[in-house]
Design a protein around this ligand. Structure first.
Ligand SMILES: CC(C)=CCC/C(C)=C/CC/C(C)=C/C=C/C(C)=C/C=C/C=C(C)/C=C/C=C(C)/C=C/C=C(C)/C=C/CC(C)(C)O
Ligand SMILES: C[S@@+](CC[C@H](N)C(=O)[O-])C[C@H]1O[C@@H](n2cnc3c(N)ncnc32)[C@H](O)[C@@H]1O
Length: 357
């Protein structure tokens, strides 16, 4: 590996490799990947500008002309053209003639992902937090994301409904794909009563109701979060898993995008609580984006690694690490399930052993 890296790092080797028919393809591909890493933040900001200016919905299913887009967004036409050309280069838009554009494949896909628009908008804040990544890593900054998700710090005293609604709204809309992936991976047959711990406003349980209508659904979350739940089909329990016991009488419990918000001590205590609250044979389900461990991945290790750093709490964990923590809490029959889009979520299930230890 040392020899490989010394060779690739040589400028002479690089110019030889790009013109040699045998190595040309790999050299070109790696050079383009390096270019994308170097300039990726500009691509993300191009996307943010499109979203902030509502370009995709302004264009809709038809086409739009530069002058029209410029007027409706109050951007000078020459600059609007620059944005549209940049977006077309990224397949967000497509040229539909001179100075006219339609949605590109990726622009159309973004319109179809529930909540992605809001997720992209809130990245303006995340982007400011990682502007000086070294200062962030040294803990010398006061990241805004830490203020945006107040519940993570156990601020159950947060009573401001507008704060609760903003973050619950983002969480709910971003839940659709997570539920979809999770429910595709798991089989809930045999489950009679499911408790969704940290279930937010009940988006996952709503999806469970559609796929598994026989399952009785219970939600546990902080008081100011459950205050906004109005679904009569859900039984709502309010409390904090840090301070209160979990409700009993369920044969399964789920933790969807909950563990990565917290440090290992909180996770250990929460898993132990889930174990105690379940009957022997009861199932636990963990679903959240996961780090790759020995095979680091972009969503878990890069995106959520930095995201949780900016939140100043929590960390993404690999499936192997989750399995260790589950085993430590007394769970057995641990299964790592495959999802079609692991960047959306990874899924693990386990059981409290019948002869409990
Ligand atoms: C039909 C024709 C003509 C051709 C067919 C060709 C074809 C098959 C094309 C494919 C088109 C297609 C279906 C594309 C679909 C694309 C999709 C579904 C893309 C989905 C992308 C999803 C993304 C990018 C999701 C991003 C999610 C993020 C960034 C989530 C962040 C979550 C956060 C920050 C949560 C925070 C919670 C906290 C605080 C950490 O607890
Ligand atoms: C990242 S959100 C996930 C919400 C939902 N499961 C989803 O995937 O959309 C984490 C959830 O954990 C809840 N939570 C955080 N700390 C909690 C605590 N101490 N007790 C109960 N719920 C808590 C939050 O209120 C929030 O709804």
């Amino acid at each position: 590996m040392r020899w490989r890296n010394r060779t690739i790092a040589s400028a002479d080797f690089q110019s030889w490799a790009i013109s040699n028919p045998l190595t040309r393809r790999i050299a070109r591909r790696d050079a383009a990947r390096v270019y994308d890493l170097v300039s990726g933040f500009v691509y993300s900001q191009t996307l943010l500008a499109c979203v902030q200016l509502d370009l995709f919905s302004r264009i809709g299913e038809g086409t739009a002309e530069i002058g029209q887009l410029a007027r409706s967004t109050d951007i000078p036409p020459e600059r609007m053209e620059r944005l549209c050309q940049a977006a077309a280069a990224l397949d967000l838009l497509e040229r539909a003639g001179t100075r006219r554009y339609r949605l590109g494949r990726l622009g159309a896909a973004i319109c179809g992902v529930p909540g992605l628009d809001d997720m992209i908008r809130h990245h303006a804040m995340f982007y400011r937090d990682i502007a000086d990544p070294v200062a962030l890593m040294r803990g010398e900054t006061a990241p805004e994301l830490a203020q945006f998700w107040p519940y993570v710090f156990g601020q159950s005293g947060v009573t401001d409904q507008s704060v609760a609604q903003t973050y619950s709204g983002l969480m709910t809309s971003s839940q659709t794909l997570v539920s979809e992936e999770t429910l595709r991976a798991i089989d809930l047959s045999g489950v009679q009563r499911l408790l969704d711990v940290g279930g937010g406003t009940g988006a996952f349980l709503k999806a469970v109701g559609q796929s598994w209508p026989g399952v009785e659904r219970h939600l546990f979350d902080l008081p100011h979060v459950v205050a906004t739940v109005g679904d009569p089909d859900l039984t709502v329990h309010s409390g904090s898993f840090r301070d209160d016991p979990l409700p009993r009488g369920h044969d399964a419990c789920s933790l969807i995008r909950v563990l990565y918000d917290h440090d290992d001590d909180t996770v250990r205590a929460l898993l132990a609580q889930c174990h105690d609250a379940l009957p022997p044979g009861g199932r636990i389900l963990v679903s959240e984006p996961m780090a790759g461990g020995e095979h680091p991945n972009k969503a878990g290790d890069a995106y959520f690694g930095f995201y949780t750093l900016a939140m100043t709490t929590g960390r993404p964990r690999s499936a192997a690490r989750h399995s260790e923590l589950l085993a430590e809490a007394g769970f057995a029959s641990i299964e790592i399930l495959r999802t079609a889009r692991p960047f959306i979520t990874g899924v693990i299930t386990a059981r409290r052993p019948k002869a409990s230890i």
